[in-house]
Write a protein that binds this ligand. Sequence first.
Ligand SMILES: [Cu+2]
Length: 597
Amino acid sequence: MARDLTRVTDVSGCAGEYGFSGWKVPRYFRPFLGHFGAEPQGNAWFEPEALLSSRNVIGRRQLLIAALLAPWACKGGTRSRELSRRIRHPHTSLPPRASPSHPASLARFVDELPIPQVLMPDGTRPDPLVAGAELPFYRIAMRQTEVSLHRDLPPTRVWSYAGSVPGPTIEARSGQAILIEWRNELPEKHFLPVDRTLCGKDQNLPEVRAVVHVHGARTPAQSDGYPSDWYSPGHSFISHYPNHQDAATLWYHDHALGISRLNQYAGLFGLFLIRDEAEAALDLPQGIHEVPLLLCDRQLDERGQLLYPTSGFPDAPWVPEVYGDAHLVNGKLFPFHEVEPCRYRLRLLNASNSRFYYLSLSGGQRFYVIGSDQGLLTEPVAVTSLTLAPAERADVVVDFSEIAGEKVVLQSQAFELMQFRVAAKARAKRGSWPKKLRPVTRLSPSLSVKTRTLTLNEYLDPKTKMKLMLLNAARFVQPVTEKPVLDSVEIWSLVNLTEDTHPIHLHLVRFQLLDRQKFDADEYLTSGKLHLQGPPLLPKPEEAGWKDTIRAETGTVTRIIARFEGYAGRYVWHCHVLEHGDNEMMRPFEVTARRKT
Ligand SMILES: [Cu+2]
């Protein structure tokens, strides 16, 4: 199924043809989904998990119907919404049956929250950079295994790092390098639906391929997990992680070209914590009072097995987003965790493919955000709710002493995720509570040597009627256009021409959000003029720290500023809705070495 996209050459992304010769596609064409992120779940019109499940497979005819309805739907037409709802939810009036494929019917809070093991090194190996020095050496195998997602479910087949999902937690010290050998011991055949028409379709790629990226790590390019650096079963790769960066909640996951959405969905992700002295001096909750919470959603079939939805086209099964109603916390459905009535530090990660989480505690309790993707904030920020897009992290402190003897549920709007059972009396002391955490020096726009205007685009293939997402209207394999100089500061203006919010991630660097500002997308699409509307919105306090993944909202210019420090070499930036990144909302950038003077 050839996709004639070779004429997508307009780098402004504003061509009237929208990248496809002879085809004009309304910007608001929404084949089934798109208002994820900004839309609450449970909305009758945009109830994503129902739309893309195998119980409601999208057919070509439905795509066309949706295309016809979309213009009215996007403008809020009640009738067309109802028509679309019926097309999408033929059985929405039926109550869920008690079965593995309806996780809401399962008993809640009957499994203890698993805590991923902290991985121990497997000896030392010579430092590749320092003669005579040795570095801690870790070995992690990717293997197929079975795990229990819930007391009342049969074992579920997954792909694991070192036998567990999530994988073991890797703990590193800032400035202390480690080596990790990643071994691909997966089967030769994937158990989820591979789409051979995506990136690399013309290559004779093995069905199973993997490469590991440590998300948020400042890593030399050869160890960063470039998407085409995958290796097949029976092969391995040793990565070198220098860890020259501040304490932060990082994570590792698969990044293989055109297939990482399936590999991560299968279970290939885990936490990677970097600690440092500045953080240790704060006396934050630690030991059993520091709890990682890795959140993700999945669909399950009648046998309790992972179900990845498909388009209905056997030779092109890719779907634009995936949502499930099985919400896993550290790999368990509805777990509980017994806590003392004192302060706890929770390391939150949204490891979902597409879902945004809108987190709160069931009693409306306050909690304190102390860190974002790339480490500590200047000071704690009190909130009662928190949004996490795919790949975003939050470091938060909850004071359970305020609800001693009670039970409280961590929830995402209507979805219950897990329960905390707070003991009546504390065994541990309450701990100190720092008012100041770590200074975050704001990068001044005056430091920037270059501002890049980069568009986020969606297209419809006129032949297949399937969507394609691009960054700056370019495919992944087109020549590199972003070449920041090592140690220089740049501003990237992300111009979102789509109706989705996209979590955009840059490898290698940490950055700061400057502001977000609305613009007239229709005008931009017809004339190429960037007509900003209203005042720029400054980041909220919890978004004002160092980031590596930013929500680029629809109809908005999101400006970030970064110093491209660390290493010269080729990296990627991409949308972290994994379905988008695989097709092919991902582009290379190349940090170039400074010229010698
Ligand atoms: Cu996206």
